[in-house]
Design a protein around this ligand. Structure first.
Ligand SMILES: [Zn+2]
Length: 88
């Protein structure tokens, strides 16, 4: 069984977008390293997909290295009310 998030992140369309994002922002937004860059969703991807929000919205994406991404992910998933994050 694949989660909707995994299906999304493995999709060709998303990989192309992620590649473009990291190409235009080739360093980690937190520690500045330029290796193992990944695109982090500041609003949990599961929430975006479940609520019909646009997972390609660049305002919700942040370039992080693998290490910072691991640290960022659990915090985002534990966010009590992701809706608050969408209100800017
Ligand atoms: Zn980093």
């Amino acid at each position: 069984m694949s989660s909707p998030q995994r299906v999304f992140t493995n999709s060709h369309a998303w990989r192309q977008v992620a590649k473009a994002i990291t190409a235009s922002h080739p360093y980690c937004g937190r520690c500045g390293v330029t290796q193992q860059l990944q695109v982090h969703h500041t609003v949990p991807l599961a929430y975006l997909l479940a609520n019909g929000e646009d997972p390609y919205d660049l305002d919700l994406c942040e370039v992080l290295c693998a290490r910072c991404h691991r640290q960022a992910e659990p915090a985002a998933q534990q966010s009590p009310n992701p809706q608050l994050l969408l209100q800017r």
